[in-house]
Design a protein. Structure first.
Lengths: 79, 79
């Protein structure tokens, strides 16, 4: 079973890396970009076969290691 | 119009960061993780209003700046 975790900075948190990307895109002529946010994606290959159990375990992974929940939000897709 | 670009290392390319995450998860007791791949996600807020034009511009951004197409693959979602 595959899981994909997407981790982004929370909305109120400044994202200088995203701003740097926006600036670089503008320098390359892509002027129509109003904002950029940058985050991480982690694809997990799980032994679990039950989707609910997998989601519950991945949630524990996010809370315990993958995301810094003070400044980051995460979403989990199970496939 | 929003676009989300997901950038992952190509399948044959070693991903030591993903392997480090797998190792750390195993150390925390998450033994049922067979593999981990780590990548980037970039959310773009675009002035464009046409989905096809937006996809075409984001593709140019990926080829020109966002992805290293020698070792990385990217996928684009327009919303």
């Amino acid at each position: 079973m595959k899981a994909r975790v997407t981790i982004m900075l929370k909305d109120g948190v400044l994202d200088p890396q995203g701003e740097a990307i926006r600036h670089a895109l503008a320098g390359l002529g892509h002027k129509g970009v109003a904002g950029v946010r940058q985050g991480k994606v982690i694809e997990l290959d799980l032994d679990a076969t039950d989707a609910e159990a997998a989601r519950s375990e991945v949630t524990r992974m996010c809370e315990g290691l993958l995301a810094n929940t003070v400044i980051e939000k995460y979403s989990i897709e199970i496939a």
